[in-house]
Design a protein around this ligand. Sequence first.
Ligand SMILES: Cc1cc2nc3c(=O)[nH]c(=O)nc-3n(C[C@H](O)[C@H](O)[C@H](O)COP(=O)(O)OP(=O)(O)OC[C@H]3O[C@@H](n4cnc5c(N)ncnc54)[C@H](O)[C@@H]3O)c2cc1C
Length: 385
Amino acid sequence: MKVMIIGSGIAGLSAAIALRKAGIQVVLFERAAQLTEVGAGISLWSNALRALDKIGAGAAIRNRIEPVSKSEFRSNNGFLIAASFPASKLEATLGHRPVIGMIHRAELVETLAGCLPNDAARYGHEALSVRETGKQVEVEFTNGHREVSDLVIGADGIHSKIRSLLLDPKPPRYSGYTCFRGITKSPSSIEPGYLGEWWGRGCRVGITTLRNHRVYWWATVNTPQNFRIDDKRSWLCDHFRRWAEPLPELLSSTPDDAFYQNDIIDRLPNKNWYRGRCLLIGDAAHPTTPNLGQGGCLAIEDAACLYHLFSNSSTLDEILPAFVKLRFSRTAVINRDSYRLGSTGQWSGKVACWIRDAIIKPAMPIIGVNEIVKHAKNVDRFLVE
Ligand SMILES: Cc1cc2nc3c(=O)[nH]c(=O)nc-3n(C[C@H](O)[C@H](O)[C@H](O)COP(=O)(O)OP(=O)(O)OC[C@H]3O[C@@H](n4cnc5c(N)ncnc54)[C@H](O)[C@@H]3O)c2cc1C
């Protein structure tokens, strides 16, 4: 069987590794001219790390992550609201380490690509249309190239072309806030392994360390969709001027070309992830807001699930519905919970935020532990044979 994957992001690369391990012939097509992943950091939870172990990429990625050892919630003046989970206790309970690891996105994508042969991906190929030809499917690319395979996997992200050919091409849902991100050198005040969320009114900040003495920060702000400013540093320094250190120091020390901005968008769950011989995975299938740090982790889980199904079933008529059955409800719950968490985190009313922070104090340690255990155990269905 030959499988064509469209998109070489986290989902496409992980799926290519998984399918090759299951003995399937895979061709990967990417519209970018070369392997490129900018952006900042990304959290990989134990569910994703275990899924990477399953497809054979775990050791390579684990070498490049920074394990999270301390996590906490603070208010914008630096006041500690709650510690969210005891990392070492949870590692002992779950039997795997770490429960969350942080990595630079470029390093994640580069390491995944390194698990494939050099010629596995064909760059400069942007998928344009898909046509069923009997039991096979043909993709046409904007450069005129055509390729036929037994299955096309659309791993082409939230604005997926393949999705728009299968489902109604509706625009994603805007959450009401935008997210700025950056990476800078770590100040001495931040210990390695730190992960903190700082909640204000109508804005939140995340601060965490990466390997090699770097800090990855993110900041969400309620804005109209497509709000853009040229000088992000000045705007952010002004917007967050009353926040406690280390945020002002991090914003000042971030290099000009290391500021990124994305509007936070997702889509309501829709389980029509396949039609004929086309299947959607990753953000193309189940995009979620990043509030639970799970979008990329789910894309990696998808790959481990494909490995499980292709290793244990022989026909696509079995594999495609089984994939949706194993993956839909899990991804739909994360989509809902992540959206709700983000909306609550972005509240801006003074009294509402005061009540929210008072409730977080006792609740967050329990929620933090529950989330981690839930994610860690949820992959057992297709990780444990
Ligand atoms: C601010 C922010 C923070 C986040 N933080 C986290 C986190 O901490 N942890 C986590 O797990 N997730 C996080 N996520 C989510 C995560 O980034 C995504 O879920 C993940 O990148 C999805 O991977 P993907 O491969 O499905 O899609 P993408 O990363 O979008 O990759 C799609 C690929 O397809 C290519 N492509 C697109 N169209 C075509 C075409 N027509 N033909 C050929 N190629 C095409 C693109 O060039 C790209 O390479 C975050 C997201 C945001 C916005």
